[in-house]
Design a binder for this molecule. Structure first.
Ligand SMILES: *Cc1c(COP(=O)(O)O)cnc(C)c1O
Length: 420
């Protein structure tokens, strides 16, 4: 075979990858709430020869011969996932969080069935019923919203929506909700209308893994997640469920919605779950929460308001309606200051989703870099300065200077960890 080093075989791709390493290492503070940096052992698993093989089916029941080691790896991933999340069954094959949701819905429902999910601008994901997504196209979605007073999901509102729409399944779990999810409350509502309860823990699975967020079991019937956000693993998805749904879930993933599994990614998931069982990962997730609270203090000190007043988890949602900037403008001013966040709708936002009146800020990636409360508080203040003075180049240049100091002080990878 014609083996070559990537740098020789494809200098263009090689250079782009090198530049991306530099960008992640030294260009900006990564504060997108859904992003993280994986350790070398996960990069190794993802770049392995497991990519060479078809392993359609499940361990012990493959459609092709020669899957001994693939079975070993997939079983490790499944067993570890069940242990971490107190689940009876895990399917680790979904290619992404969206694929996991697709399969989870179809494991229990038929097209046209009624699902009750969150209002999208109140923290939901595209796969929770958006019109541009399969979910909104194939299912009959109704919504529950955040309470205007508390800006939290409250029993009375969810119950009212459930009784009005009588759904077959209720979805909880969000992309931009800074508070703990009350699974007991959702179970009570689901029981009241005889619906299944599904939770999408894509964002919070790292916190759930270590008990830093309550577990969705036993209240939820089916739980979906990504494996690359706060749990810091290989990019992909997973479905966890009670035993009675296991066969339906497996056949909804393969053969219903996917073909051959990405076994190299499943190896990365297995390694991620081993990491997540270590004491050091518990420390990491505790630090995420401390860091987010410190970030919130810094923002508050500069006079910014946060949706629901603060945070219980890995993110805050800043409401800019009292400021002179939109979410879009704030995102840009921060990007020009080398702080990367995303614009995000706030509850009852008067601006369209392309503009918005908010920004979402998360700490999992910076916590991985080793930053702690002191740094996060000062970053909160920097963000406050930029947002209050969006057109002031001097402020931005001062912030860039401080950011550069932090990036130097908290390196991400050693060269040997990301050699290509
Ligand atoms: C990120 C996310 C997903 C989708 O994950 P992908 O891997 O991007 O498809 C699904 N649900 C929620 C709540 C998310 O935040």
């Amino acid at each position: 075979m014609n083996h070559k080093d990537l740098s020789e075989a494809d200098p263009e791709v090689y250079e782009a990858l090198k530049n991306e390493i530099d960008r992640q290492e030294s260009e900006s503070l990564e504060m997108i709430a859904s992003e993280n940096f994986v350790p070398r052992q996960i990069l190794q698993a993802q770049g392995s020869v497991l990519t060479n093989k078809y392993a359609e089916g499940y361990p012990g029941k493959r459609y092709y011969a020669g899957c001994e080691y693939h079975d070993k790896v997939e079983n490790l991933a499944r067993e570890r996932a069940c242990e971490i999340f107190d689940a009876d069954h895990a399917n680790v094959q979904p290619h992404s969080g969206s694929q996991a949701n697709f399969a989870a819905y179809f494991s229990q429902l038929d097209a046209g069935d009624k699902i009750l999910g969150p209002v999208l601008s109140h923290g939901g994901h595209l796969t929770h019923g958006h019109g541009v997504n399969f979910s909104g196209d194939l299912f009959d979605f109704a919504t529950y919203g955040l309470n205007r007073e508390t800006e939290r999901f409250e029993k009375e509102d969810v119950m009212e929506a459930a009784k009005e729409h009588n759904p077959d399944l209720i979805v909880c779990g969000y992309s931009a909700y800074p508070r703990e999810i009350d699974f007991e409350m959702f179970r009570e509502v689901a029981d009241e209308v005889d619906a299944l309860l599904m939770c999408d823990i894509a964002h919070i699975s790292g916190l759930v893994a270590t008990g830093e967020h309550p577990s969705p079991f036993p209240q939820c019937d089916i739980v979906t997640t990504t494996t690359h956000k706060s749990i810091r693993g290989a990019r992909g998805g997973m479905i966890l469920c009670k035993q009675e749904y296991a066969d339906d879930v497996d056949s909804a993933v393969f053969p219903y919605s996917q073909g051959g599994p990405l076994m190299h990614q499943i190896a990365g998931k297995a390694v991620c779950f081993k990491e997540a069982q270590k004491e050091s990962f518990k420390d990491y997730t505790q630090q995420i929460k401390k860091n987010t609270k410190a970030l919130a203090e810094g923002l508050r000190d500069k006079g910014l308001r946060m949706v629901s007043g603060g945070t219980d988890n890995h993110l805050v949602l800043v409401d800019l309606q009292d400021e002179d900037v939109t979410g879009k403008e704030a995102e840009k001013a921060l990007e020009d200051s080398n702080i990367v966040v995303n614009k995000n709708s706030v509850p009852y936002d008067p601006e369209p989703p392309t503009v918005t009146s908010g920004i979402r800020i998360g700490t999992p990636a910076l916590t991985t870099r080793g930053l702690e409360e002191e740094e996060l508080r000062s970053i909160g203040e920097m963000i406050g300065e930029v947002v209050k003075n969006p057109d002031d180049e001097e402020v931005r240049s001062e912030v860039r200077e401080k950011v550069s100091g932090l990036l130097d002080e908290f390196p991400l990878y050693e060269d040997s960890e990301v050699d290509l």
